[in-house]
Structures are given as structure tokens and as C-alpha cells.
Design a protein around this ligand. Structure first.
Ligand code: XLS
Ligand code: CA
Ligand code: CA
Length: 447
């Protein structure tokens, strides 16, 4: 079901109505060309497949500031002397934006929703007040929370990390934030709870006990898991890998690192992964590779849909419009049967130079259209017998009796040696990469 358009007391986007679907012929920048929520692709509607979410931080706090200068945008909802007044105004603007855009989910950090107070108790109180208001807005609009998280990287106290901080008091402040953010997530029926590593990592091995920090990290996640379950959180805990930035070395480097860590610490039944496209490229991987590693481990939880810039090495968090990336991602998602309780969250920000209010809408519309197109194309590619035939054929020697015995652990190294000695040199099997890539282009762009 699409949420109804919520109108607060003030309209923050007065010139924009509910974004309509106008189809491929439209040249209206404030209309969808491809995302038609009720359109069925395969076994589900587009809305069911894609489960789009808008993020609170970049969208409603993003000023365009960069290390060389202050912001280029000053959103009116943030212009209040009292940070709690700003938080209430931001909530109004957020729900107006979500419902006019037609995005069914949203995500937040505790500090996006409510400002920190001057004590643990005041911070908890602020979050509680905003959680109650958000709950009422969710009920009025049908909006849902894809995930909540805690910002444990902005406050200077976290300069040496949060759960992996060398000071127990800092770890305890992190615990206070996660406890309150979990309570907010449960109150808002969140489908997932995310841990992004933030500053969990280190800059210098000479002053860091990595073994101790990693053990503390696992202990902290276990405590969070146990607390979450004790207060009725039945959603999925997610870890979002990122290899660097802000820290030089980050512990949650990439999908395979995180999967190994979770399995080692017996957390893999409660935790899955939230894969961000830009973090994949920072790790030297493709977006699709990271997704595939999660799928293979049965641990793909959710996606932060954005893109980096191929020419530089930092986290640009651009809106996803590169179709090849989106298609490859959706092929992996469809092949595993969908995102389950996850979704596609646009962890993406406007360029510093994009200063109009409607740029927020235009950016999200383009990204939603990109994934809607990618969904349709990925479904076509995954159902193409030419493409699937090659992958299956490459592994056919493992479908023989001997191959099955190998996979079942019934053969020894000496048995394989005898097989090699008896059969002699293998016949070269072409990987057919060019044929397959050409076929993809024919299917995507062919007349
Ligand atoms: C930062 C991360 C962050 C997480 C949520 O690079 O992408 O925004 O998604 O803490
Ligand atoms: Ca992210
Ligand atoms: Ca990012």
C-alpha cells in the first residue's frame, strides 16, 4: 500500500505535489518514468521488490558542506534556536517529503531524529519525545521504518572509536546510545537495526591492541543483540562494511571480513549485512561482488543504494544512476529471491552545487527510476537461457558421480590424483566471457 500524503501545519515543499508515474514518454522532472509501484515484475510488484527508503541524515541535514567550505544550502526546518524545535520541524519536513515522493520506508540515526542533550538522561528523553512524534506520523501516513541506528562517530568522545574505544567510559556511552536507539527502533516497528563501523578501526598500530579491540567489538554486539531481543526486537541486526574513512584501517573492511567475524563470534544467526555500493568500490570490489558474497553466505540483509566516483578514492555518496551497476546488483538480489526484510535505502546526498529544494526530489526520482529499470532488465537477464546455460555448463564435471562424491567429501586427495593420472590433460573450456557480455548488451540495448 502506498502511504497517503501527509500534510503538517506548514508545507515545506509547497510547490510540489505527490510525484506521479507518467511513464517513459514524460519529460517532467518531477514524475516517475519507470517506477510504477503496482507494476508486476516476475512474482511481485515493483514496490514489493524494491522497498525504497529515504535517509534522514543526508536528506534533511545535508548542507553541502565539504572540508573546504561551509554549506551551500540552509533548509528552513533546521533554522530554529532550540534544537528540539528544529527536530520537530525536520520531522514535519521529512514526512511531507516521504509521502509526496511515495517512498514507503525511511532510516535514521538517533541524532538525526533528536539532538543530543547535556547528559545521557537528557539525550534519552529527547529521542523518546521525537520517537513518539514519529510514531504518530507513521500511523497517519503508513510510512515504515526500514532501520534505525546510532551515530557513534560524530561526537568528539568517539574519536578513538565507540565499541572498540580503549576507554571503558566511552564504550559505556556508546552502549547508552545503542540501548536508546534500539528502544526507538522497536517503538517504531523497525525492520532492521544497523551498525555501521564509524570509527571502529585504528590509525596507528603502535598504540593499538587490535586483538583486544576486536574482542570488545564482538562483546558489545552480543550485548546489543541480547538487549534488543529482550525488549522484543525481532528484526535483523545488520553490519555495514566499509574499508576506510574516517579511520585509516576499519575493522569491518568488506563483506567477507564481516561474515568471517560474525561466524567466529557466533553472531551469524542474528546479524546480516547492509551493503553500500560506494563502500564496495572503496574496498576495491564491485557492488555486485559484495552482494554476491553475502548471498553465498545467506547473509544479505539490506542495501544502501548510492555510487562513488570512479576517479577518486573517497566516499562521495552520489545518487545511483549508473545503470550497469544497478542492473548487476538487481541480478544478484533477484537470483536470491529478493531482499526479505531489507530494502534499498538511498544513502546518497546532493552535490554541493545542487542548491534548489526540488533537487532533493529530482535526485530521488532518478534513483528510483534507475532501480525500477534495473529490476525489469535484471529479471529479463536472469530468465535468459543463453546466459544461464553457460554458467551451468562450466561446472558440469561436478555433476558427474565423481563430482558429487568430491562435493560430499567422499574423495581423498589421492583419489583426485588417480583421476588426473587416468584421464590425462583436461580439454580447455572457454569461459565465453565476451559472448556473455555481448549477450547482455544485446538484451539491454538490442532493438
Ligand atoms: C557512512 C555510512 C553511514 C551508515 C549509517 O559512510 O554509510 O551513513 O549507513 O551509519
Ligand atoms: Ca551507508
Ligand atoms: Ca557512504
Amino acid at each position: 500500500m502506498q502511504p497517503s500524503v501527509f500534510q503538517g501545519d506548514i508545507a515545506y515543499f509547497p510547490t510540489i505535489d505527490r510525484i506521479p508515474f507518467e511513464g517513459p514518454g514524460s519529460d517532467n522532472p518531477l514524475a516517475f518514468k519507470a517506477y510504477n509501484p503496482g507494476q508486476v515484475v516476475g512474482d511481485k510488484t515493483m514496490a514489493e521488490h524494491l522497498r525504497f527508503a529515504a535517509c534522514y541524515w543526508h536528506t534533511f541535514h545535508g548542507t553541502g558542506a565539504d572540508p573546504f567550505g561551509p554549506g551551500t544550502r540552509a533548509y528552513v526546518w533546521n533554522q530554529h534556536a532550540d534544537p528540539m524545535d528544529a527536530a520537530r520541524a525536520r520531522l514535519d519536513a521529512a514526512f511531507e517529503f516521504f509521502t509526496k515522493l511515495g517512498v514507503p520506508f525511511y532510516c535514521f540515526h538517533d541524532r538525526d531524529l533528536a539532538p543530543a542533550g547535556s547528559s545521557v538522561a537528557e539525550s534519552e528523553h529527547n529521542l523518546q519525545v521525537l520517537t513518539d512524534l514519529a510514531k504518530a506520523r507513521q500511523q497517519a501516513t503508513g510510512m515504515k521504518l526500514l532501520w534505525g541506528t546510532a551515530n557513534m562517530f560524530s561526537d568528539p568522545r568517539y574519536m578513538n572509536g565507540a565499541a572498540t574505544n580503549p576507554d571503558l567510559l566511552v564504550v559505556s556511552h556508546a552502549a547508552a546510545q545503542v540501548k536508546a536507539a534500539l528502544e526507538a527502533t522497536v517503538a517504531l516497528d523497525g525492520e532492521n537495526y544497523v551498525f555501521w563501523g564509524g570509527r571502529e578501526g585504528y590509525a596507528c598500530l603502535l598504540n593499538t591492541n587490535t586483538q583486544r579491540e576486536l574482542e570488545h567489538f564482538a562483546r558489545f554486539l552480543t550485548m546489543a543483540r541480547d538487549y534488543g531481543r529482550s525488549i522484543g526486537f525481532n528484526g535483523v541486526f545488520l553490519i555495514e562494511p566499509k574499508p576506510m574513512e574516517p579511520m585509516f584501517h576499519q575493522y569491518d573492511f568488506d563483506a567477507q571480513t564481516v561474515i568471517g567475524f560474525l561466524r567466529h563470534h557466533d553472531l551469524d544467526r542474528d546479524f546480516k549485512l547492509n551493503i553500500e555500493a560506494n563502500h564496495a568500490t572503496l574496498a576495491g570490489h564491485t557492488f555486485a561482488h559484495e552482494l554476491q558474497m553475502c548471498v553465498d553466505a545467506g547473509m544479505l540483509g539490506s542495501i544502501d543504494a548510492n555510487r562513488g566516483n570512479a576517479q577518486n578514492g573517497w566516499d562521495t555518496d552520489q545518487f545511483p544512476t549508473d545503470m550497469n551497476d544497478c542492473i548487476a546488483a538487481m541480478q544478484v538480489v533477484l537470483a536470491q529471491g529478493g531482499l526479505g526484510r531489507g530494502g534499498l535505502n538511498f544513502d546518497a546526498k546532493l552535490r554541493r552545487e545542487s542548491t534548489d529544494l526540488d533537487d532533493l526530489f529530482i535526485a530521488h526520482i532518478g534513483a528510483m527510476d534507475a532501480f525500477a529499470r534495473a529490476l525489469v532488465i535484471a529479471d529479463k537477464l536472469n530468465n535468459d537461457s543463453v546466459l544461464s546455460k553457460h554458467k551451468a555448463a562450466r561446472y558440469s564435471s561436478f555433476d558427474t558421480a565423481l563430482g558429487r562424491d568430491f562435493a560430499a567429501g567422499k574423495l581423498s586427495l589421492a583419489d583426485l590424483r588417480d583421476h588426473a593420472a587416468k584421464e590425462g590433460e583436461p580439454t580447455a573450456q572457454s569461459g565465453k566471457q565476451e559472448l556473455i557480455e555481448n549477450r547482455v548488451n544485446d538484451l539491454v540495448f538490442g532493438g
